[in-house]
Structure formats: C-alpha cells, structure tokens
Design a protein around this ligand. Structure first.
Ligand code: ADP
Length: 363
C-alpha cells in the first residue's frame, strides 16, 4: 500500500532559486508506531526556522495562516503545514536535520525545483535520505488543481483594484477553469498554457521577475529583505521616478487613447540630475516594483491574447505580502484588454510546487 512504500511523515519541498518551500502533512490518526517521529519532525523544522539567523531576520518562517486542516491526501485525513526559508540556508538546514538525528526517522521526502537536483547528493550524504524528484512545472499544476479541489476559497480576484475605497477581494469559482494561463512569478517568470489537468505547455518566460525586483531594489535603496523592500514601496510614489505621457505631452495623448498618467518611460525621469535629487528611497522602491510588475503584466497579456485565454492565474512568492503588485496586475489586465481578461490569484501563492510533488508521489 501507499503506507508501506511511503512511510509518513510526508514532506514536499520546492527548492527554488531564492526560497525553499516546504509542506508537511500531519495525519490526524498516525499509526502508533511512528506517532513519535511525526511530532518530532514537525518540531525540528520549527526549531530550525526559529534558531537560524537568516530565517529569524525575516527570510523564513511558518505560514500559519495558510495551514489547511481536515484535508485528505490519499485517504488520510490530516493537516497540511507550510514553511519557507532561503535556499542559501539549505546546507544549514541539512546540518540541523543531521544533528537532530533525522536520518534515523522513517519518512518520505519529495522534492522539485532546481534544488531537487542540486541537493540530491547532500540529502543522501547528510541525512541518508533518498528524495523523490519531480518536474517543477508538473508539480506546480498538480498542486494548483489539488488545492483548488480540496480547499474552498482558494481562488480570488479584485473588484475595483485601484480604488482604495471600493477595492474588494472576491472569491472566484475555479471549478471549471480550462483553458487558462498560469504566470508563475518567482526569481524569474514562467508562463504556462493549461488546457486540461494533464495537458499544458510552457509558452515563454522572462528573466525579469521577483529576483530582479529584489536585486534592483537592494542596489537602489540599500534594503536588506523582501519585506523591507515592500514596506518601502508602500510609502513611495513611482510617478516621481517614471516619465509619464503628460510629462511629454503636457496632458493626454487622446488619438491613441493614452491618458496623461500612463507611464511612457519607466525610470525615465532619472536621467536628469535635478529629478534624481528629488526622489526618496521609497519612491525608488515603488518605481522598481511597478516597473517589474507592469512588465510581467504586459507579457502575460500578450500571451493570453495569443493563446486565446480569458483567465490568467498569477502565482509565485513575488506576490507574497505584496498587494500592490496584485492590484496593479488586476488593473492592467482589465484595462489594457478592455475588460476581456481577468487576473486571478490563489491563497497558497508560492506553495503549489511543494504540494504537487507530494500529491504526485502518492498518485
Ligand atoms: P523561486 O522558486 O525562484 O525561489 P519563489 O516563487 O519562491 O521563486 O519566489 C521568489 C521571489 O519571491 C523572490 O525573488 C522575491 O521577489 C519574493 N520573496 C517573497 N518573500 C521573500 C523572502 N522572504 N525572501 C526573499 N524573497 C522573497
């Protein structure tokens, strides 16, 4: 049976370019024999996150608000737990697992993302673990479909996204989504066309993604974490940095329906010394966020039009604690398509790869 070939606890890891996403299935009725090891494993992960320097500074933690209670995985009722930490701490994580005697525990570890390959031999050497590897795109879609089928209110959209007063987050019924476009914004960006549960293709990608935002923002503002970068952006104004249509025309450019407030040139005002002296770190952070987000939005929109898709699902950890980008994407999709495209978001934004590899193993 599944039990015998894949002893609990079950882990899924998505070891990406920036973050390790780790999900952990805690069964409600563990068999008495491995009851102890399951509790211990959970505690060990939490111990690592609490005591690791980088994780404590905001680079990692348990996403308690995302926990899913009463979910079935292959006939077992339990709770899914969600953790993340920086990929740069992967060696420390393995050392910590080793020192806690993790290699003695029976468990099943599945992994996806580039790190599944990069760290495969380290898992074997440090904790004597054979990890089950899965392709990251397969896992991503498995995870999306699994969570959506098993958790209500996963999918949502924004009504009146740029109107602070009237903006509303609303649940979207994702029970018959096909065909749809997935835009996964991690360190870089991948765009997939999904036609059916098992039928998809990778349309394109972009190297201008979440890593670009954080890299440029660190250079321009000296911020040290993603959370700091977002906090700065929340207080800044991108219009001081960008050159707008009205900066060039003195107003709108009505012939082609371009409003004065449309960005004509991202960072275009920064070619001028006088303008540079007028912008703050906050403005620069905001402009970087808006530039990267709008570029992704514009690529996504062209893909959706090419592929004949109406629904565009945005996922990936770039959207973590980042309502500015979500609302901007929601607005841009709607505005530049004259209302024909809809931007959708998922609550477990960065965790689908990690969930999907566990689900795949047990199928
Ligand atoms: P990857 O699989 O490439 O690591 P993710 O989906 O995990 O991709 O997204 C990584 C991106 O998420 C980063 O480039 C950054 O923009 C954003 N991000 C969100 N939270 C953090 C964090 N705590 N540390 C670093 N980057 C973060």
């Amino acid at each position: 049976s599944v039990h015998n070939s894949c002893p609990m606890p079950w882990f899924g890891m998505d070891i990406g370019g920036t973050l390790v996403k780790l999900v952990y299935f805690e069964p409600h009725n563990p068999s008495p024999s491995n009851n102890f090891s399951q509790v211990q494993t959970l505690e060990e992960i939490e111990f690592f996150l609490k005591n690791n320097e980088t994780c404590r500074k905001g680079g990692g933690g348990k996403d308690t608000h995302l926990k899913i209670k009463n979910i079935y995985i292959h006939g077992n009722l339990g709770t899914l737990h969600f953790f993340h930490f920086p990929t740069s701490e992967m060696d420390m994580f393995l050392q910590s697992a080793k020192s806690k005697g993790m290699s003695l525990l029976p468990c099943t570890a599945c992994a996806t993302g580039g790190g599944a390959y990069k760290f495969e031999s380290a898992f074997k050497k440090e904790v004597n673990m054979d990890i089950h590897k899965f392709d990251e795109m397969d896992s991503l879609l498995r995870g999306i479909h699994y969570i959506d089928a098993n958790y209500q209110e996963e999918c949502y959209y924004f009504e009146n996204p740029v109107d602070d007063k009237f903006c509303e987050k609303k649940v979207f019924d994702f029970s018959s989504p096909y065909p749809y476009l997935v835009v996964n914004i991690g360190s870089g960006v991948s765009i997939l066309s999904v036609y059916a549960p098992d039928c998809y293709k990778r349309v394109t990608g972009s190297s201008l993604g979440g890593g670009t935002f954080l890299g440029l923002c660190s250079l321009l503002t000296g911020c040290e974490t993603f959370e700091q970068a977002i906090a700065l952006a929340e207080k800044g104004e991108s219009t001081k940095v960008d050159k707008l249509v009205k900066d060039i025309y003195g107003g709108d450019y009505p012939r082609f329906n371009l409003q004065g407030d449309t960005v004509a040139s991202s960072f275009g005002n920064m070619t001028c010394q006088e303008r540079r002296s007028l912008v703050s770190r906050e403005d620069l952070a905001r402009a970087t966020l808006v530039t990267i987000t709008n570029n992704i939005g514009s690529i996504a929109r062209m893909c959706a039009v090419n592929e004949g898709m109406e629904h565009v699902v945005f996922v990936g950890n770039f959207l973590r604690v980042n309502p500015i980008s979500m609302k901007l994407l929601a607005y841009a999709m709607d505005f530049w398509s004259n209302g024909t495209l809809k931007a959708l978001f998922l609550e477990h934004e960065g965790y689908f790869g990690a969930v999907g590899c566990v689900v795949q193993l047990l199928e």
